[in-house]
Ligand binder design. Structure first.
Ligand code: LLP
Length: 422
């Protein structure tokens, strides 16, 4: 459920009409609903009742500091994958003691920043990373609290670009090597083992892969404890899918029940890293129709947003529902059209042709379910500067990131001496 609904014939975000925001700040823009973010966090957290659970929002899904702060106020921790994301989480008010640091390519400098900040846990993804972390921790005179992220070699049955739990994926320590890496961790200075971490992919629509992966982790915890390691934390990752079209993902309650069943007896504190589930349906991309072009084989609705603003359709063939901001009157004729951006690539499309009510230049469209992996994956391709983000709460809205201008972009570039006019 989200808070983008039609009211008196036009779409509102909570109680704010999107036309008002568009008139005030121009298009395109991302619009997020605070109530939806809060609701999703609450539903997920409630579903974990009975577990000693900590929900660490995966900041990568939507890292605007206002979004993180909205969740931090409810007690959310953060899962971060770069020093930059860690800075955002800290600035947004997440205490370092609630921050998990994941990622396959953390640099020594990032590890040092995480240690100095005093993060809750560093999820180490390889034997060489462990050696680097030990060296960094020793040189700083600090102790790193560490979980090894394990690769359970389980197929998450999701898009190949976002599956992370198979042995051919770059993530985590290969299953067969895990006991050896724990043994090494126990010997290394500056390292304190706190737990085990696993994350098998994103937009997962079936509980079975989770059940398999978590089942393997439970066996592993038994073995590691028998070998003398103190495993107190279980980080079960994120990845629970959401409906973009017709998908029927498991509910957080069903997921929670499965987790209780599989890991409930382990006597561990359990961490979750949901991103998409919290932010996905809490955001839309609002765009204006630049012109309608009747091609010989199809009609194109050319809008002012493009693949640089929302790359998911281009990158993953992802489906995002597209609806008019002004509700089409009952019985109005619909026709097939492809909604495309102005960028000079055929891949700059918001998906296959759709049935849309008759659309004209100047109309506003909302591209739904764009709150996760939308703004964060944007680029400035074609010198199209990053677009603003807006957060709505009830009858209020605030611009939480300004529109970048072409001047801003150009101000960071310069001519080398040999090209300057002599
Ligand atoms: N934890 C780790 C270690 C992750 O790598 C990810 C996502 C998450 C948690 C959060 O997963 P979520 O709950 O959001 O599924 N750009 C892609 C998704 C990439 C996901 C990367 N890792 C997309 O637009 O579909």
């Amino acid at each position: 459920m989200d808070h983008f609904q039609y009211r008196s014939g036009e779409m509102v975000a909570e109680a704010v009409p999107l036309t008002r925001i568009a008139d005030d700040i121009g298009t395109p823009f991302y619009c997020y609903s605070a109530a939806t973010l809060e609701r999703h966090y609450q539903v997920f957290t409630d579903a974990m009742t009975g577990l000693d659970a900590c929900v660490c929002y995966a900041v990568k899904a939507n890292s605007n500091i206002a979004v993180i702060a909205t969740l931090a106020r409810l007690g959310a921790g953060a899962d971060v994958v770069s020093a930059g994301e860690m800075r955002r989480a800290l600035v947004a008010g997440v205490p370092a003691s609630n921050i998990l640091f994941s990622g396959v390519g953390k640099t020594a400098d990032e590890l040092a920043q995480a240690l100095k900040a005093g993060v809750l846990q560093i999820n180490v993804e390889s034997a060489p990373e462990l050696e680097t972390l030990s060296g960094v921790a020793e040189s700083l005179g600090l102790e790193a609290k560490v979980a090894i992220r394990v690769n359970p070699d389980v197929d998450a049955l999701t898009h190949e670009k976002i599956a992370t739990g198979k042995s051919e994926n770059k993530f985590g320590v290969d299953w067969g090597e895990v006991p050896g890496v724990y043994a090494r961790a126990a010997d290394l200075p500056g390292i304190r083992i706190t737990g085990v971490a696993v994350h098998i992919g994103s937009q997962i629509l079936d509980l079975e892969p989770y059940r398999q992966a978590y089942g393997k982790v439970v066996d592993l915890v038994g073995r590691l404890r028998a070998e003398g390691h103190a495993i107190e934390h279980l980080d079960l990752g994120g990845g629970l899918g959401i409906p973009y079209e017709e998908e029927q993902p498991p509910s957080p309650e069903e997921y929670g029940a499965m987790v209780r069943e599989v890991v409930g007896d382990l006597d561990c504190k359990v961490f979750f890293e949901p991103g998409r589930l919290i932010a996905g349906n809490a955001g839309i991309l609002v765009t204006r129709v630049v012109r309608v072009k009747e091609g010989t084989s199809r009609s194109f609705v050319i809008v002012d947003a493009a693949m640089n603003d929302l790359v998911r359709p281009t990158l993953y063939n992802a489906h995002h529902a597209i609806v008019p901001v002004l509700e089409a009157p009952d019985g109005v004729q619909h026709a097939e059209a492809e909604v495309v951006g102005p960028i000079c690539e055929t891949g700059d499309t918001f998906g296959k042709p759709r049935m849309l009510p008759k659309t004209a230049e100047g109309d506003l469209l909302a591209i739904r379910t764009a709150g996760a992996y939308g703004a964060v994956m944007a680029s400035a391709y074609n010198t199209r500067p990053l677009i603003p983000e807006v957060l709505v709460s009830g009858e209020e809205y605030a611009v939480i990131r300004d529109r970048i201008t072409v001047d801003d972009m150009l101000s960071r570039e310069s001519l080398p001496g040999w090209l300057e006019d002599g």
